[in-house]
Design a protein around this ligand. Sequence first.
Ligand code: EPU
Length: 421
Amino acid sequence: MDKIVIEGGVPLRGTVQASGAKNAALPIVAAALLAEGDHLVRNVPDLADVRTMGRLLGHMGCTFERSGDHHAAAVRVPAAVTPEAPYELVKTMRASVVVLGPLVARWGRARVSLPGGCAIGARPIDQHLKGLSALGATIELAHGYVTATAPRGRLRGAVFTFDGQTVTGTENIMMAAALAEGRSVLRNCAREPEVADLAAALVGMGARIEGAGTDELRIDGVERLRPLDHHVIADRIEAGTFLVAGALPGCDVTVLGCEARHLEALVEKLRAAGATVSEVAGGVRVVGDGRPRPVDVRTAPHPGFPTDMQAQMMVPLCLADGSSRVTETVFENRFMHVQELQRLGADIGIDGKTAVVRGVAGLSGAPVMASDLRASAALVLAGLAAQGTTEVLRVYHLDRGYERIEAKLAPLGARIRRAKE
Ligand code: EPU
C-alpha cells in the first residue's frame, strides 16, 4: 500500500492543470451501454474509479481501452451484453449503480448489486428504483441484488418527481428516459454540472433532452442512440481542492482548465476567508493573504456549497483567526477527517451536523489515516500547511479521485512524495 509523505510549511506558488471530472466521466462512460458500437470519451481522468468502471463494462462483454492519448477512453459495446453488475465491483465503487438505468433502457433487464452503506453515510438508492418504476420497470430485490425489467423490453415515458435531489439518481433516470417510449418530465432533479455534462453527452448521442442544468428535465425518448463522442468537463472538485491550497497563508495558485462558474459557492467562501480570487485566462487564481478569517459553511446540493469540498475547506478554517461553523446537510457521517485533523493540532468540536472549528496559530505534522476520498484530500492540504512531516496513509482512497496528486502539487513547490507504507 502507498502513503503520501509531506514536509509541510512551504507556501505553494505556481500553476496546475485540472483533469477531467471523475463524477462526469463515470456516468458518461456508463452511457455507452445505451448504444451498440464504438464510443469515444475524451478528457477521462486516469483514476482507480474509472478503471473500476472499465472492469465493470468488461464484465458485461464490452471492451474499455485507453486510446492514443491516455486521457481518451474507447468503449466498444457489442450486439449483446451481460446486463449485470456484480457485488465484487459495486462494493468497491458505489457509482457502479449508474449502469442500472442504461441497462434496463437498452437491454430490457438489469441485475445490479445493492451498494450498501459507505464511510460517509447510508446512501440508499430508493429514488433510482422509484424513478425506474415510474418508467414502467418491474423491480425485484433478492439476494442483495436489484433486478429491473422493462415489460416487453422497453420503458415508457412518465412524469416523476424525486423526493430529494440525487446526482446519480437523476443520471440513472435521465439515461433510462432517453430510450423510453414517449415523453418524460423529471422534477426536483439534481443540478450539478456533472448531470448537465451527461445530458450534453446524451444529446450528442441523439437524445432529446431539455432543461439540462435545471431541476426539471423534459425528455422525449428516442428508439435508438448513436455511439458517444464527448469531451468531459473539468473536475471542479479537484480544481477546488487546489484552489483551497492557494488560499492557505502565503500561497498563490492558479488552476488552469477549470470553469469559474462551476465553483462560485467555493470562491465566495474563499473570498470571505480573506483570499484574493480572480478569473484569469483559462482558469482561476487564488492568493492567500495572511491568516484566514473564520467563515461559516453549510453544504447543499448545487449551486450550494458542495459536500465534496467540505473536508478541504475545513483546513484553512483550522488556521483562521476565530471560530467557524461547518454544517454538513447532504450526508449524515461526513466528518471522519475531523479526528485526523485533531491529530495535526486542529481544535474542532462536533455538535450533530455541525463542526465548530476554532482556529489555531499553526498545525504540526503527524501520521494520519483517511477514511474516504475527500477526507484524504483534506489531510494532504493540512499536511502542506503543517510544520514538519505528515504521512497520509491509505492513499488508495485518494487515488480513486485525484490523478497523481503528488505530481501536480510538487511543481508548486510542495515537498511531497509517494512511498510504500
Ligand atoms: N439519497 C437518497 N435516496 C437515493 C439517492 C440519494 O436518500 O435514492 C440521499 C443520499 O443518502 C444523500 C443525498 O440523497 O443524503 C444525496 O446523495 P446523491 O444521490 O446526490 O449522491 P450520489 O449520487 O451517490 C454523487 C457523487 C458524490 C457526491 C454526491 C453529492 C458521483 C459518482 N458521486 O453521489 O461524490 O458527494 O453526489 O454531491 O457522482 C466523491 O466524489 O467523493 C463523492 C462522494
